[in-house]
Design a protein around this ligand. Structure first.
Ligand SMILES: Cc1ncc(COP(=O)(O)O)c(C=O)c1O
Ligand SMILES: N[C@@H](CCCC[NH3+])C(=O)O
Length: 415
């Protein structure tokens, strides 16, 4: 049940009228719901139940400090891919011992910082990275907890840009090389083998590819055990999809239960790294109509938000629902391309949308809480939007709008 619902003719986030938030904080604006974040996390936590393991929220989906803090307070772990994400988790009150460090290109300095803080595990993605981690940990006179991220060569049946578990993708260690590289990990100094990890892609609506990957990982774990290498945890990654339009993804509860069932009888802790399924439908992007441009063949609603604020439609042709915040407009319904002010033909948030709108109307782009603000840029020297968190009937500013003047404060002219 969504926390974004119409009440008295206007779209609300929990108990807050979104037109009030737009008045108070200006547009474009990201709005997140604390309640929705908590509910989604709780669904994972409850489904995991007393099975040992951890839900490590994928920080890349939405790294706002208030979002991380809401999840940290619920006992979330975190999946990070950079020192920047690591520092944000710590600043938001996250527990370093509940952090897993993923990513194909970890630098030595990032490894050092993660070892200093004592992260739970490094998800190592190549033999070269394993050697570097062994060297860094040895120099620091400690042992790095490791999992190898396995590329199981499974088709996640998602957009090619966000499929990560095929042998043509840059991610992970080919499953055929896994035993050899685990043996190497066991032999190298400064490493402690903890787990097996995989992440096959994002926005998966069917769980069959997860289960295929899982079966391959379980065979690998058996083979490792036969070689005397004990695995404590299995990390199945993130990737569960959400409803943007009419997708019907497996529910969080059914997904976790299906994975748990496959593991029954084994003494393995179970880890998940969900991003989108926690934050996407906990956020909306508010934008105002600047102009309506009615051409002979095409109508455009020109808005104050753009591809630099929310790039998913431009980058992946992703469809996100666009709703007028006030239902009442007397304007005639017309078919519009909803476009921003950026100088790119690809700058659109929606195409061929039937909307009854007038200049100045407020629109909400739905399901914008994941891979929204985090992918925003300053293209066209636009400041990035503010972010607010709704808690009941209150909205708290959790990141200020970026002023366009400060954008060049760190730059120098040639002497
Ligand atoms: C290693 C890793 N873990 C977790 C995630 C989170 O994925 P999602 O937001 O689809 O749950 C990603 C992104 O796809 C990822 O690359
Ligand atoms: N940015 C992508 C998801 C990337 C997943 C990260 N590995 C999206 O918006 O759908």
């Amino acid at each position: 049940m969504s926390v974004f619902t119409y009440r008295d003719g206007t779209l609300h986030a929990e108990h807050l009228d979104l037109s009030q938030a737009a008045e108070q904080f200006g547009t474009p604006l990201y709005v997140y719901s604390r309640k929705a974040l908590e509910q989604h996390f709780l669904q994972y936590q409850q489904a995991l139940g007393d099975c040992p393991g951890m839900i490590c929220y994928a920080v890349k989906a939405n790294s706002n400090l208030a979002v991380l803090n809401v999840l940290a307070r619920q006992g979330a772990g975190f999946d990070i891919v950079s020192q920047g994400e690591l520092e944000r988790v710590i600043a938001a009150g996250g527990d370093p011992q509940r952090i897993v460090f993923s990513g194909v290109g970890k630098q030595a300095a990032e490894m050092r910082r993660a070892l200093e803080l004592g992260v739970h595990c490094f998800n190592v993605e190549s033999e070269a990275e394993l050697e570097r981690l062994s060297q860094v940990a040895t120099e620091m006179d400690c042992s790095a907890p490791v999992s190898l991220r396995i590329n199981p060569d499974v088709d996640a049946q998602t957009h090619p840009y966000i499929s990560t578990g095929l042998k043509d993708n840059k991610f992970g260690i080919a499953i055929d090389d896994a035993v050899r590289i685990y043996q190497k990990a066991a032999a190298l100094p400064g490493l402690t083998i903890k787990g097996v990890d995989c992440h096959i892609g994002s926005q998966l609506t069917d769980i069959a590819p997860f289960l295929d990957a899982l079966d391959r990982l379980l065979l690998l774990i058996d083979e490792l055990s036969a070689q005397g290498i004990t695995i404590e945890h299995l990390d199945i990654g993130g990737g569960l999809g959400v409803t943007y339009q009419d997708e019907q993804p497996t529910s969080i509860g059914d997904f976790v239960s299906a994975v748990k069932q496959r593991l029954a009888g084994r003494s393995l802790a179970l880890m998940f790294e969900p991003g989108r399924s926690i934050s996407a439908n906990a956020g909306v992007f508010l934008t105002r109509v600047e102009y309506l441009k009615l051409n002979q063949h095409k109508n455009f609603a020109i808005i104050d938000g753009a591809m630099n604020d929310l790039i998913r439609p431009s980058l992946y042709s992703a469809w996100q629902d666009i709703k007028p915040v006030a239902e009442h407009s007397d304007a005639p319904a017309r078919c519009y391309d909803v476009v921003g002010p950026v100088c790119e033909t690809g700058d659109f948030l929606g195409k061929d949308r039937t909307l009854a709108i007038a200049d100045g109307d407020l629109l909400a782009v739905m399901s914008a809480g994941a891979y929204g603000f985090v992918m925003a840029s300053n293209y066209n020297t636009r400041g990035r939007p503010a972010e607010v968190m709704v808690d009941g009937d209150q909205a708290h500013l959790v990141r200020q709008r970026e002023g366009i003047v400060e954008q060049f404060a760190n730059e120098q002219q040639l002497p």
